[in-house]
Design a protein around this ligand. Sequence first.
Ligand code: GDP
Ligand code: MG
Length: 160
Amino acid sequence: MSSGKNGESGKYDFSFKMIVIGDAGVGKSCLTNRASKNKYTSDYSPTVGFEFLTFTTNVDNKLVKLQIWDTCGQEAYRSLIKNFYRNASLAIVVYSVENLQSFNDIDIWLKQVKTFGASSCKIFLIGNKIDTDEREVSTEMGIKCKNDFFFDCFMETSAK
Ligand code: GDP
Ligand code: MG
């Protein structure tokens, strides 16, 4: 977290870095775009392997700027992983409820957060694509995973 002003993005009281991780195709970019759709500046940087979006929201009369770091082909840029995780206040691990493999891979992503992220980093679990009929991961499985791995929060979503 940092606080203060940013000349380019205007004034804000707090700024948090949030990273979105999970298997390819689970909907990370769709969720990111959905969340920042109304107000965001996009700085697409294909050469460095991640996309950077920001949006500002009001919480208890304080302006909070969220910087969302979305990966694109992070696997190909392993040397940048440390940069990606550095100073993140919140990590969102996304799986798709229609893809059991993406659910089974959660522990890989969790391990990466624990390895490269700050110990204070909050970690949320998100099961995306609940609009689909073809479920491979039940809500109960998600809740059990949240409890077993001590995620700070669990939610099921649809970016669609
Ligand atoms: P990423 O690789 O994790 O960034 O995944 P994307 O955001 O690119 O999404 C991958 C695919 O899943 C795209 O074809 C999206 O249209 C689809 N998708 C993403 N979110 C949802 C959702 O909530 N519901 C459904 N049905 N499809 C989704
Ligand atoms: Mg993506």
